[in-house]
Design a protein. Structure first.
Length: 536
């Protein structure tokens, strides 16, 4: 009887009875931790692979090919999936043609508007972009990556060894990344693609050299619409209404004030309404100071370019007999031997179905010899200028940069009388009222003596180069279309060929220097910040 009534060892008995449960729970906790760690490894691998691919999705014709190559150089590992030391870490390597790759990669043209919408297989199939022959790889905006290696072998599953669908647990992670480019501290200018109606791809045309030396004469957009050959403005933070303050802010940015707005590479917002008069701000880059920019403080605040040759002559100050550098004017047609601006192309045609007043040079041919004869008193072009372009005629920008390299402009001519010749680059006359390329108005203001100017240390960049967004305006800025969120064809650096005349109705003459993306020459890296971002 005493044996049956004894309670000695009761705790031990209970412990032994519940020991399997305790061990199972412990193993389950360990397995959950292993699963979380493995998922973190897979997520990191998926993120890294998606970001590597997204960095190449710049809209180029070979963007997917480049993305795949970049992804093949990424390697990671996932741990804790196996039970043994040999299976503790599993290598994760993406192979472009690998059938057993731990990664599933799909390039997408779009994503659902709602981030909570799942990316089903049907959606992936419907929006996939491939690198097959004749595929438009430039349409790929996103890369979807799913990472899944071997299944997790849980220790808890040892209790159920041999039972189907219990021992191994699949672990996977997915990521979606995209490429974005931000252009900051640039002029808020857009150009309506003058070749839009000709079905000429802007990037391909630039890469072929078809835009070299071709003058594009842009006309301001209308109130509600825009067509090939128009120009207009992008939205600027704090300056998007139609008030005088807004117009002044836009002009100041064109003069050189910092633009507080950064623009996305894929979509930009345009400023509604017609063109605001920007000629006063635009022309300070040519050493022309008018209106609100004509006082000494404003002139010193907004320096011109280093070379401002533009086909202008100087009028003497009334009654003084001295040269008034700030009253320079464009030469008349009967004064062509005094000064000559960059001339038009030999053939200038309006863009197809384009804006009234807009023209595009049909070829690169322009009268470079006459420009050189008038401005530099030389009957033939320098051999080193001609030979630099392998038989092609130099563009206006090429000539402009050559003039600077030979000493024209700021710092190249110590005696700032317009007629004094530079030993490396002669000017057309010794008469004192001709151009040398030196920004005389800027140098003479506040100096007391125009031959003893204040050193223009503020000039740290090429002020006759601007940055503009190229838009397909007929498709996105036509009647009834949404004026906001316009897709960007490309961004371009442009050379300002001539000053802008006529205020709000004036035209802008430009040459294309370079463009962003794979078709460009890569000179815009300092203007553009490329980023790959995870969006899912």
């Amino acid at each position: 009887m005493r044996f049956f009534k004894s309670d000695s060892g009761y705790a031990l008995v209970l412990t032994l009875l519940f020991m399997p449960v305790f061990i199972g729970m412990s193993l389950l906790v360990i397995d959950i931790s292993r699963g979380n760690n493995a998922h973190s490894d897979l997520q990191a691998a998926a993120d890294a692979l998606a970001l590597a691919g997204a960095r190449e999705l710049d809209g180029g014709v070979d963007s997917i090919d480049r993305a795949l190559d970049a992804m093949s150089n990424v390697s990671n590992t996932v741990s804790f999936l196996g039970r043994t030391d040999e299976a503790a870490a599993t290598a994760l390597t993406f192979e472009i043609d690998g059938l057993d790759s731990p990664f599933t990669v799909v390039f997408l043209s779009d994503l659902p508007e709602n981030d909570d919408t799942p990316l089903t297989q049907a959606y992936l199939d419907a929006n996939a972009v491939t690198n097959e022959e004749d595929s438009d790889q430039g349409a790929a905006r996103f890369v979807y990556v799913r990472a899944q290696s071997r299944d997790l072998s849980p220790f808890f599953g040892l209790f159920f060894e041999g039972v189907n669908n219990v021992t191994d647990v699949p672990v996977a992670a997915q990521a979606v990344a995209t490429f974005s480019t931000a252009a900051c501290n640039v002029t808020p200018l857009f150009i309506c693609n003058p070749f839009e109606e000709d079905n000429i791809d802007f990037g391909t045309a630039f890469e072929r050299g078809d835009l070299h030396g071709r003058l594009i004469r842009l006309h301001p957009r209308g109130q509600d619409t825009a067509s090939p050959g128009n120009f207009g403005f992008l939205q600027v933070i704090g300056a998007n209404d139609n008030t005088t303050a807004s117009a002044n802010a836009i002009r100041s940015v064109f003069a050189g004030e910092t633009n507080p707005t950064c623009y996305d590479s894929r979509r930009v917002n345009t400023k509604p309404g017609g063109a605001t008069s920007i000629s006063q701000g635009f022309n300070v880059r040519f050493d022309i100071y008018e209106g609100t920019f004509s006082n000494n403080n404003q002139i010193r605040r907004y320096p011109p370019a280093t070379n401002v040759r533009k086909g202008y002559v100087v009028d003497p100050s009334p009654g003084s007999g001295n040269l008034n550098y700030c009253s320079a004017r464009r030469v008349d047609t009967d004064e062509l031997d005094w000064a000559l601006p960059f001339p038009d192309n030999v053939v200038m045609d309006p863009p197809s179905e384009g804006a009234a007043g807009a023209f595009v040079g049909s070829t690169e041919v322009w009268d470079i010899n006459e420009y050189w004869r008038v401005n530099h008193t030389q009957s033939s072009l320098p051999l080193d200028l001609v030979s630099s372009f392998s038989g092609r005629q130099p563009s206006r920008y090429d000539v402009y940069m050559y003039e600077i390299a030979q000493g024209a402009g700021v710092g190249g001519i110590q005696d700032l009388s317009w007629g004094d010749n530079n030993p490396n680059l002669p000017t057309a006359s010794t008469t004192g009222s001709r151009e040398s390329g030196v920004p005389m108005c800027y140098n003479s203001v506040g100096a007391g003596n125009p031959n003893n100017p204040v050193t223009p240390i503020e000039i740290t960049q090429d002020r006759r180069v601007m940055f503009a967004a190229i838009l397909d305006c007929d498709e996105y800025l036509g009647p009834g279309s949404n004026p906001n969120g316009i897709p960007v064809n490309t961004f371009a650096s442009i050379f300002l060929v001539n000053p802008m005349e006529g205020g709000g109705s004036g035209t802008i003459d430009v040459e294309i220097i370079d463009i962003t993306g794979a078709s460009g020459n890569g000179t815009l890296d300092t203007f553009v910040r490329d980023e790959a971002n995870l969006v899912r």
